[in-house]
Design a protein around this ligand. Structure first.
Ligand code: GLY
Ligand code: MN
Ligand code: MN
Length: 439
């Protein structure tokens, strides 16, 4: 998949990171490793999100080194060399020259030479930033490079004194999405919305959950989104109450709801949508009653996504509406304040109302700064996904409610005025869902 984010923007991100690094430091970041699925078969390659963010370079077996002030170039890539024979089997390689020409690196070397070259680049730098502890194999390689430098101290070499996790600097940058990133995320949201519409229209009694999963994948692929952002959840009936249900193999029954939580990945950016709709195309009275509560909670939470509100405000807004709704329907006893204080809503709503969204579906970025919830700012992207789940074996409620699981999830970006919904292309009111399904 071609990357539409301009080469210049990747260079700017590298510049910004270097400006935040301590003087006399170096940052080292490896590409994702390839992983074996089974004999002779690899998992589809997915670039490491941090590496993607700083390079846009889609190959494995590559390492980025950022060396502020280096005379022969600050942004250095080690990557596979071009090799016509290998490329005949496995496809095109960019190669070091291509990395400079097409990806805007200042300097590039064959990855096969990294052990000879990189220790010399680390030598004399006081601090090394890298993804400390993320991958034991890479930790060992860093230690090997440091050992090379230490073995030369008697000849005057200066090994670095500090190893520092790179994530803290980098993940704060990733939290604020640029206009180009928002454009890609909006496109991913649009494709996923279309996929959900297709699944809604094609749901039928006698079909299986995986039939709807196939409809989703069809639309993703049709638009060039070759991967999902996470395994799709298609849960009919009580399976909708299992938060991470991915078996997707049960028959769909008339009278049941089906909960679909699915989103495509585009240029490594995630989308993440949940919709819940009746297999038959018509909500029952109990389904309707619970659905209206979840929808009202979602609207309340989206209203609370705006600059100067903090991270937890959308969650608090949703929680209030959900809990009051449960009380009004006779599913919870007591007052709203009591129920919120003693968390009696928890058997029905046990997860958070959202998460950051970006290159990772559960994206990076701190939710608290010190002890305080993070204040929302334009460019932050998040999901809004309240739900209600009445366990099939919950004998505290009347049988007519049991086994209903509902979640409604959209992706939003904070704007100056409030937020922009990237996934509004798929209906979520009862009237609109019933109309689409009747179509
Ligand atoms: N699909 C994962 C989530 O909603 O968080
Ligand atoms: Mn989701
Ligand atoms: Mn989500």
């Amino acid at each position: 998949m071609a990357v539409t984010i301009p080469v210049k923007e990747f260079a700017e991100r590298r510049r910004k990171l270097m400006d935040r690094m301590a003087p006399d430091s170096i940052a080292i970041l490896p590409a994702a490793p390839e992983r074996v699925r089974n004999r002779d078969v690899l998992h589809p390659f997915r670039q490491d999100s941090d590496f993607q963010y700083l390079t846009g370079f889609g190959e494995p077996e590559a390492v980025l080194a950022l060396i502020p002030g280096r005379e022969h170039g600050e942004a250095v890539l080690f990557c596979k060399e071009r090799n016509p024979e290998k490329e005949l089997w496995d496809g095109f390689l960019v190669g070091p020259e291509g990395a400079i020409e097409r990806y805007g690196f200042d300097d590039a070397f064959p990855i096969a030479d990294i052990d000879d070259i990189l220790p010399g680049m680390i030598e004399g730098r006081s601090r090394v930033y890298y993804p400390l502890g993320k991958d034991p194999a890479f930790d060992n390689r860093v230690m090997d490079w440091l050992k090379v430098i230490r073995s030369k101290v008697r000849s005057g070499a200066h090994p670095p004194g500090e190893l520092v996790a790179l994530e803290h600097l980098l993940h704060d940058m990733r939290l604020y999405k640029s206009a180009a990133e928002i454009k890609v995320m909006a496109k991913a949201g649009q494709i996923s919305a279309e996929a959900h519409c297709r699944a809604m229209k094609r749901a039928r009694q006698g079909g299986y959950e995986y039939n709807l999963e196939a409809e989703l994948i069809h639309t993703f692929m049709e638009h060039g989104a070759r991967s999902t952002a996470y395994p799709s959840i298609v849960g009919g009936g009580a399976n909708g109450c299992i938060l991470h249900y991915i078996e997707n193999a049960a028959p769909l029954k008339d009278g049941d709801l089906v909960l679909i939580d699915a989103g495509c990945e585009l240029e490594c950016y995630a989308s993440d949508i949940t919709r819940t709709f009746p297999v038959s195309g018509k909500f029952s009275p109990e389904q309707k009653a619970l659905y209206e509560v979840v929808l009202a909670a979602q609207y309340a939470a989206i209203d609370a996504v705006k600059p100067d509100n903090h991270w937890n405000q959308p969650h608090e807004a949703a929680l209030k509406v959900l809990t009051q709704g449960l009380i009004d329907l006779g599913l919870l006893a007591g007052t709203l304040d009591d129920a919120l204080a003693n968390e009696s809503y928890k058997p029905f709503f046990m997860h958070r109302t959202g998460h950051w969204l970006g290159l990772d579906v559960h994206d990076v970025g701190d939710y608290k700064v010190g002890d305080a919830w993070r204040v929302l700012e334009p460019g932050m992207a998040l999901t809004v996904e309240p739900g209600l789940y009445i366990a099939p074996d919950n004998t505290d409620v009347e049988p007519r409610w049991r086994g209903i699981g509902i979640r409604i999830e959209d992706d939003v970006v904070v704007t100056k005025e409030g937020c922009r919904n990237l996934t509004e292309g798929v209906p979520k009111t009862i009237a609109d869902i019933e109309a689409l399904m009747a179509d």
